[in-house]
Design a protein around this ligand. Structure first.
Ligand code: CA
Length: 755
């Protein structure tokens, strides 16, 4: 039998540590936090700590000790996936040769600055490994409170086969920290992890992986990021932000992920063998190159729509004598043997402006294959004589600056077994290698935790019918599951309580227009975390609403929404929201972000407030309330406020939205109420992408557009403005004339005018 090295009274069992007679390790089966504490400070090489299956609440785990290569110290779940760390919990490692596996962090958040930290106090962990760990929606309830899920310090650590999904509060999901020399030249390995859905965060601070910070960016990290799967990691423009030198980013897959792999700071990084599938989703990007000695080789990029700093490939201009946190000149970059298929934008010398004047130099772009169905993808923003093009092939016309080394050919493609497209005719040494292995999602993360779809779709559940009656709708909502449809039989529904929506629900009239709703609280629906709402065919009035100001039909929780929501209304009539002033239709709470707000085929009559109030983020921190606002084919009559007030303040450029589509609507006598301080029928501040087309405005306040940072894209075309002033467009940041496109609009105001 094995020896017992030290006395302890708590429950444990022993396993033979092999049959070694030299050193006998112990296995502790730990049942509670107290027991853990007792043994935690005396762990020695070869020990194994097993956490009993179950729920461990408010567990601040400090795991430290000195293992060695042959005899690491292990902390693991009794059964992988059966140990839940919940509440206010974290894990800190310090020492060496520590292994952690099998834990799930959920239903809680860290009270500290990260969930898993390879450091405790000022003692790092080295040569340690965290594997097969899940962190699922382990978010601080205050979305703007920043934390990491994993912070790597020390050297030679490995984070692998883990599953990260649903980071919703501010802060990088996984951060490699280079804060002092004990953590520099660290040679960490981050591999085979599944990075699941990360929703649009709605301001800076939504990166999935960051290696270094600008402050230490001239330091080498030597971190390897290999065989990871990035699945809709949509937090912000940077999916991966490399801010140090000598890292290798290889053989990862980016699936429908908004943003790019950005070589933001640091030199001599290698980006090789990665696969980007955008599937035509908005803002899907590829690789952005800044700094010296970067190699981008043998990567495959398909169906990416991103533009500007989010393009399929962006090579930036730098700043002369750049401060460490600005843009260093691109120098000695090698971009070779990459395949770009239906990548809409490749941008060279991007970001050229009065500050960014240092053009790329001594850079080679060779043996790349560029195939597009529709158009040639290159945009050139400055002098590119410092880039040499050799043996690149495209099926599109070649712009003159590229003719020295980009050749137009007829190219047909076929899809190979590895899922990638290759030319059918032989094209020696151009594009990605034929033996590139594409990582499968199944080979990442853990086997015992499902990789669920990002969101529950509307109408994906079952249908239940509801007859009018006291609390009929309340009860149906209570009983429904996410994805269900509640179908209202014709009749009058007088709702006396605020209806809380914390699941994905459709509420639809069985016969369009025949289900009438009134409500007697200050709002009819309040959307909470997990809630999304679709309304169809309803007739909603404010007839029974309290005689007080500032009622609304739908609002999100007034403060503290952590999860993004969706709201859709179609084929409905909303009328007489006029019992008192400032009666709005939809009001966002502070801090809330809607992924999508859609109004289609509705009529709105007699409303004293706004239709969509998305203007709660007044601190100008780059935060906003809706990513996509789509308003199509509605009628707005006698609305005293604005149809939409969308406010995105600040100068940060880390987000893509907000986006607005406003088309085929009829707007009359709208925006002219004396309490409408914007004096606008549509008020857009800092909206990034706007299309206003084919609408009829009459006797209404003007459309007011205020451009701030980024390169806002505003198109206003084919509209009629009858007895309505022309759109007012202001540039608040940029000098010179506004950049909006106005086409074929008619202004009729006494005399007719076109612009
Ligand atoms: Ca960022």
């Amino acid at each position: 039998m094995s020896l017992i090295k030290k006395q302890h009274s708590i429950g444990f069992f022993l396993l033979l540590a092999g049959f070694s007679q030299v050193s006998v390790a112990e296995d502790y089966l730990i049942e509670n936090k107290k027991e853990y504490k007792k043994i935690a400070e005396s762990l020695t090489a070869g020990d194994t700590v097993i956490l009993k299956n179950g729920n461990w609440k408010d567990f601040e785990i400090v795991f430290s000790g000195k293992g060695n290569k042959q005899n690491p110290i292990t902390l693991k779940a009794e059964t992988p996936g059966k140990v839940f760390i919940t509440g206010q919990s974290y894990l800190k490692l310090s020492g060496q040769y520590l292994n952690v596996s099998g834990l799930i962090f959920k239903d809680g958040y860290t009270p500290d600055s990260s969930v898993i930290t390879f450091k405790h106090g000022d003692k790092e962990a080295n040569r340690s490994r965290v594997t097969e760990v899940v962190i699922d929606n382990f978010n601080n309830p205050d979305k703007q409170e920043s934390d990491y899920w994993v912070a790597l310090y020390g050297k030679h650590n490995r984070l692998d086969h883990s599953h990260f999904v649903g980071k919703r509060n501010k802060g990088v999901t996984v951060a490699v920290r280079l804060t002092d020399e004990k953590s520099q030249q660290n040679h960490h390995q981050i591999d085979h992890n599944y990075f699941g859905y990360r929703p649009v965060f709605g301001s800076n601070g939504g990166e999935t992986l960051r290696i270094g910070t600008s402050h230490y960016s001239l330091t080498d990290s030597f971190t390897k990021v290999e065989h990871n799967y990035f699945d809709k990691t949509n937090g912000e423009v940077e999916i991966i932000s490399v801010k140090s030198g000598k890292n290798e980013i290889k053989n990862n897959v980016f699936n429908e992920a908004r943003g790019t792999l950005t070589l933001r700071h640091g030199n001599g990084n290698l980006v090789e063998g990665n696969v980007f599938f955008g599937n035509g989703q908005d803002h899907t990007g590829g690789i952005r190159v800044i700094n010296k000695d970067q190699i981008v080789r043998n990567n495959y990029l398909e169906n990416l729509t991103g533009y500007r700093f989010g393009s399929g490939l962006t090579i930036m201009n730098g700043v002369k004598n750049s401060p460490i946190n600005r843009y260093h000149q691109v120098e000695n970059a090698l971009i070779e043997n990459n395949t770009f298929v239906n990548v809409q934008h490749i941008q060279l010398a991007a970001g050229s402006d009065a500050e960014r004047t240092a053009v790329p130099k001594n850079t080679r772009i060779k043996n790349n294959l560029i195939v597009n169905e529709t158009k040639q993808p290159f945009t050139i923003f400055d002098d590119i004589s410092g880039i040499t093009f050799t043996n690149n092939i495209t099926n599109q016309p070649v712009i003159s600056e590229l003719r020295s080394g980009v050749e137009n050919q007829n190219i047909s493609l076929s899809r190979h077994k590895n899922g990638l497209l290759y030319p059918t005719s032989h094209s020696e040494n151009v594009g990605v290698q034929r033996d590139l292995i594409v990582l499968s999602k199944d080979d990442t993360g853990v086997k015992w935790y499902p990789k669920n779809p990002a969101t529950t779709e509307f109408d994906s559940g079952t249908k239940q019918s509801v007859e009018p009656g006291p609390q009929a709708l309340d009860d149906a909502i209570e009983a429904a599951n996410s994805g269900d449809i509640i179908e209202l039989s014709p009749g009058q529904y007088n709702v006396s309580r605020l209806l809380k929506i914390d699941k994905v629900l459709t509420i639809a009239a069985k016969t369009r227009g025949k289900s009438a709703l009134t409500f007697s609280r200050s709002a009819l629906f309040e959307i909470h975390d997990g809630g999304s709402l679709k309304l169809e065919g309803l007739a909603i009035t404010g007839a029974n609403s309290p005689d007080a100001a500032a009622n609304s039909v739908v609002r999100t929780k007034k403060w503290g929404m952590l999860e993004n929501c969706r709201f859709i209304m179609q084929d409905s009539l909303v009328s007489n929201l006029n019992i008192n002033h400032s009666f709005d239709f939809f009001v966002s709470g502070k801090g809330a972000l809607a992924d999508e707000l859609v109004l289609q085929n509705n009529r709105f009559n007699n409303i004293t407030g706004d239709i969509l109030r998305l203007d709660r983020e007044i601190e100008d921190l780059g935060i906003y309330n809706a990513e996509y606002v789509i308003i199509k084919n509605n009628q707005f009559n006698d609305v005293e406020g604005a149809i939409a007030k969308i406010y995105r303040g600040g100068t940060d450029e880390s987000t893509f939205g907000p986006h607005l589509v406003f088309s085929d609507n009829t707007v009359s006598n709208t925006g002219k109420g004396k309490r409408n301080k914007t004096s606008a029928s549509l008020y857009l501040h800092g909206v990034q992408v706007t299309t206003v087309s084919n609408n009829q405005f009459s006797r209404s306040a003007p459309l007011v557009v205020e451009h701030t940072v980024g390169e806002p894209q505003t198109t206003i075309k084919d509209n009629t403005f009858n007895a309505t002033p022309a759109p007012e467009i202001k540039e608040l940041q940029a000098e010179g004339p506004h950049t909006a496109t106005l086409q074929n609009n008619q202004i009729k105001q006494g005399k007719e005018q076109r612009l």
